[in-house]
Design a protein around this ligand. Sequence first.
Ligand code: PRT
Ligand code: ZN
Length: 283
Amino acid sequence: MKTLKIAIQKSGRLNEKSVEILKNCGLSFENYKSSLISTVTNFPLEILFLRDDDIPEYVQDGIADLGIVGENVIVEAGAEVTYLQKLGFGKCTLKIAIPNESQITEIAQLGGTAIATSYPVILEKYLKDNDVIAEVRTISGSVEIGPGLGLSDAICDIVSTGGTLKSNGLKPFSEVMKSEAILIGKEGSNLLPEVQELLQRIRSVLRAKETKYVVLNVAKTNLKKVVDLLPGVKSPTVVPLFDEEWVAVHSVIAEHDFWEKINSLKAAGAEGIVVMPIEKIIA
Ligand code: PRT
Ligand code: ZN
């Protein structure tokens, strides 16, 4: 079996979740903070711990077969890699922001302004797509202080809660791109059986995260109403109870409309509802 290499962020916002998803796939490895490489003991895989900016090129050039990195970093690097799976963490939006007192209300008004960013490639493309000619000032960090220092009229930076913009007297103006962590592969890597195995495991972990396991009791007279609310993986499991008038129903429900579903189940006659996390769902 070929030993694959996967590059993940050494430290920073994506490190913990990247390690967690690999561990949830059943992979055993030491998360050494001090070393660059860790060997998985129960799968043909080595983990490279890198700065996130280096990951797209490492994967493009085949130094790593796989990588986990934010889409913003991949697009900025212009790397030619295959997107294998969105991972649902590290979610953020690259936005143009302007000072609270700015009079700018339309994209066209950015023409002739200076915009500070660490994402010049993405910003240039966005401006071009919107027929705006502005000066892009590339700075590597603390972009949000640009307008306050008189360095720029606007900024283009990553926003998640919006707290950083607020505390620097800035307001979001327009959305440039949405991003989240993505599992990428060298072109063609998705054909390798080891990659397919890993992908299957990652997808089963992601599916499980989006769902909860529910067990509830319901009187047989209300069973149809309750079952109609529960699709399950195939269809709900119905188990007899000692009290012959009642049954227990086991099913899987989606995280996104969890509370609505629980409330409709209660209204339909469900009682003693127990909800449990699911570790994996194998398709
Ligand atoms: O050391 P290394 O180069 O590996 O890491 P880094 O410092 O370049 O990146 P890091 O760890 O900060 O972020 C890694 C990735 O996380 C980014 O490339 C994004 O894909 C994603 N991500 C998600 C974020 C944020 N949320 C985020 N909020 N990256 C940065 N921020 C910063 C942003 O730059 C701004 O300064 O947080 C601030 C804004 O946050 P709010 O919550 O105040 O809006
Ligand atoms: Zn970085």
